[in-house]
Design a protein around this ligand. Structure first.
Ligand code: BGC
Length: 365
């Protein structure tokens, strides 16, 4: 059995045991609140990427199995819609509000209302910034994601074995409104910087070098990445200059990058392209070799983590955390899971055998 499955199983057993005691007593009135009386508001940023609906589905599955009611809302990538939706959850008296923020800096008033109404606020995947009104944060190690991307480039180009290059690389960052994006970039640059310094890596566009996230921050969409890469190819790769690698921070940007390369007549399998999320449209590209790698952050494990946090709070216990994250107003108790690099060599063992995707959808047969 895979380690994460074991962890998942162990945590389900623990969560299951906690559910038995998942009722908080209200001593003054002598009543008890059990899971079935509790609604969990779940606020997700968008449905454009597969990962957010998948995350919501896994949360609903886990929480419903423990008897909780759930209310899922999507913000259609709008900060004001998300604030309004969280505000409504607060007004309805949801006891817990789990939020993957569209823009972590804009939710202060909405989460303040939630806290005022007695809710516990849990930040999911992305931290909610500049507010004291966030109780817990469940995520994957953010710089760890970027490190896996950087290490994959280093290994595939043979830099760790002494290859001198120089190799041409282009760096892309995620959305400037997402607090995660600079963290991913920082992790990747911590691995790539020494090779820029030694001259084994060079970036013809110079964008983002060295560790300048603002220069490479672009929307988390295929189209934004495609447009950016088309511009760079036209401006910096004329006269047969070869592109060796692209640091694409997620699968949407990897997909856009691949489209731009194809449109320019470049074979993407000759370029080391990274990604994140193991989106179902990207996994077959990894199997075919058009995208070199992605980073897997199992939503099932993150849903287990959030469900454990909620069961603990309901039972009057302090949830297990392993670190804190500074959000500008407080150190938010955080639990960080470990992300996993996926290449075509472990698509079967990590994604198919675990039930995340079928062999057919992965392009394996
Ligand atoms: C998430 C990534 C996702 C990106 C775009 C980030 O905050 O951590 O998994 O690809 O947002 O939605």
């Amino acid at each position: 059995m895979k380690l994460w499955k074991k962890i998942g199983l162990a945590s389900s057993v623990i969560v299951g045991a906690m559910t038995l005691v998942a009722c908080s007593s209200n001593r003054s009135s002598g009543t008890t609140t059990s899971a079935k009386d509790i609604t969990i508001g779940i606020s997700m940023p968008d449905k454009a990427l597969q990962r957010w609906p998948a995350a919501a589905d896994d949360l609903v599955k886990d929480l419903s199995a423990k008897g909780y009611k759930t209310d899922v809302q999507y913000a259609n990538s709008s900060t004001s819609t998300q604030s309004q939706q969280v505000q409504n959850m607060a007004n309805k008296g949801d006891k817990y509000i789990v939020i993957a923020s569209q823009d972590g800096t804009t939710l202060g008033p909405a989460v303040a209302a939630a806290k005022k109404n007695g809710a516990t606020v849990i930040a999911y995947d992305r931290l909610i910034m500049n507010t004291p009104d966030v109780d817990y944060y469940a995520t994957y190690n953010l710089q760890g994601v970027g490190k896996l991307q950087g290490e994959s480039i280093v290994q595939k180009l043979g830099l760790d074995k002494g290859a001198k290059g120089p190799f041409n690389i282009e760096l892309l960052g995620g959305s400037a409104t997402d607090n995660n994006a600079p963290q991913f970039f920082k992790g990747a640059m911590s691995v790539l910087d020494p090779y820029f310094k030694s001259g084994a890596l060079v970036s013809p566009s110079k964008k983002g070098v060295v560790d300048n996230f603002q220069q490479v921050a672009i929307e988390w969409t295929q189209q934004a990445a495609q447009t950016e890469m088309q511009t760079r190819l036209n401006s910096f790769y004329t006269g047969g200059k070869k592109l060796d690698a692209v640091l694409a921070p997620n699968d949407a940007q990897a997909f856009g990058t691949i489209s731009a390369l194809k449109a320019a007549g470049i074979d993407p399998s000759k370029v080391v392209i990274t990604g994140q999320d193991c989106e179902s449209q990207n996994v077959p590209l990894i199997v075919k070799g058009a995208q070199y790698m992605s980073v897997y952050k199992s939503d099932v494990r993150l849903a287990d983590t959030v469900t454990s946090m909620i069961s603990d709070v309901t039972a009057g216990k302090t949830p297990k955390t392993d670190s804190t994250s500074a959000n500008g107003k407080k150190e938010v108790p955080t639990l960080q899971l470990t992300p996993k690099a996926i290449t075509k060599d472990n698509v079967k063992s990590e994604l198919v055998d675990t039930g995340y995707i079928t062999a057919k959808a992965a392009g394996l047969n």
